[in-house]
Design a protein around this ligand. Structure first.
Ligand SMILES: [Zn+2]
Length: 359
């Protein structure tokens, strides 16, 4: 298996433009290293998302090819901005179209700050950068230097566009995606399956676009705060919209409650939930081996898995779509999240994968 990517943060450059777009559109430009084959396959990857998400925004992506570390096939550098938690909650409420939107936004914490389970802070009452978790309520108390990390949400510019927090067709760059320039690495044609020994370029491109659209976790940054002196809680203003739906039984239990997210960097299983943590739907990646901005590996949870195998066709799953739905995107067709439909879709994806593996 090969590590899909590293997610790198950058500050957004504010530029404003006016145009119209009927649906989620990708404006793809070449940074210089991408081949015509890459550009064509990348457009195919964008179409996979455009077929599912109807938000009338334009996402500006620059693509490139370069030498990358051996275990990494691509990485996404997205632009981010901080927004107040209140404005993000209001935007999520205003964006409600599906049953998941209603359920998930109803369980968002009230008020201008949100409580979270956290660890690895410099001011952790259990010891400097201790991995032992504690509740950071934003209301003051042990391990709380200020509410800044409890009232701020950090959002990719593409996600902010979907939420109406940023001009939908702003011409500024939303991010850059860099692929390995190793010629042997990719199969660009999904029509006949993915060749043994090669990687699904369109699938990898769609995965990286998924990060740019907002499938990212600030826990990746917290995980790097493990050495003293480290940063205090209020300096770690990196909770993303997706992190608002990251829960454990301990975050919704004693000292926390329904809707209190688990923003710790440790090996305890964290789950995506659309009802404030009561019902876990899919596990997020944890620990230091695989990045936090992904589903847990090897469970077939979706295109936002952290690794890809040679010969594997990557597909957008119902888990992927439900996550994008609750962070502010809207479906072309709203899928009913009933157990029957979920099971049927799961089987469909499984059958598709098996078919392509055989061919
Ligand atoms: Zn990734």
């Amino acid at each position: 298996m090969i590590h899909l990517c590293r997610v790198v943060a950058a500050l957004v450059v504010l530029t404003w433009g006016v145009s119209t777009a009927p649906a989620l559109t990708f404006n793809i430009t070449n940074q210089g290293g991408a081949t015509p084959q890459m550009l064509a396959a990348f457009a195919e990857a964008g179409a996979l998302w455009s077929a599912q998400l109807k938000d009338p925004i334009t996402v500006n992506v620059r693509i490139n090819a370069a030498a990358l570390p051996a275990e990494v096939v691509a990485h996404a550098d997205s632009f981010y901005d901080p927004y107040s938690y209140t404005s993000v909650r209001n935007a999520l409420v205003n964006d409600r179209q599906s049953a998941d939107d209603i359920s998930s936004s109803n369980k968002l914490q009230a008020g201008s700050t949100f409580s979270m389970l956290i660890n690895r802070t410099a001011n952790n009452p259990n010891g400097v950068v201790s991995v032992t978790p504690y509740f950071d309520t934003g209301l003051g108390g042990p391990g709380q230097a200020g509410p800044e990390n409890n009232n701020t949400v950090r959002i990719t510019s593409a996600n902010a566009k979907a939420l109406g927090l940023y001009p939908a067709n702003s011409a500024g760059l939303d991010g850059t995606i860099t692929f390995t320039n190793s010629a042997a690495a990719f199969d660009f044609d999904r029509g006949n399956g993915i060749n043994a020994g090669q990687l699904d370029f369109v699938g990898v491109a769609a995965h990286e676009l998924g990060h740019m659209l907002g499938f990212v976790s600030g826990v990746d940054i917290l995980a790097g705060n493990g050495n003293a002196p480290g940063l205090n809680d209020n300096q770690l203003r990196f909770v993303t919209p997706l992190d608002l739906f990251r829960f454990t039984s301990r975050s919704i239990g004693v000292g926390g409650g329904i809707g209190v997210n688990d923003w710790t960097a440790d090996n305890i299983a964290k789950s995506f939930s659309v009802d404030g943590g009561t019902t876990p739907l899919a596990e997020f990646s944890t620990g230091s081996i695989y990045e936090e901005s992904h589903w847990k590996n090897n469970l077939g949870l979706g295109i936002m898995n952290p690794t890809v195998s040679a010969g594997e066709l990557l597909a957008i799953s119902i888990n992927d779509l439900r996550a994008f739905d609750v962070i502010g995107y809207d479906f072309v067709t709203v899928p009913e999240p009933s157990p029957f439909v979920l099971a049927a879709l799961g089987l469909g994806l499984l059958a598709l994968r098996k078919k392509y593996r055989r061919s």
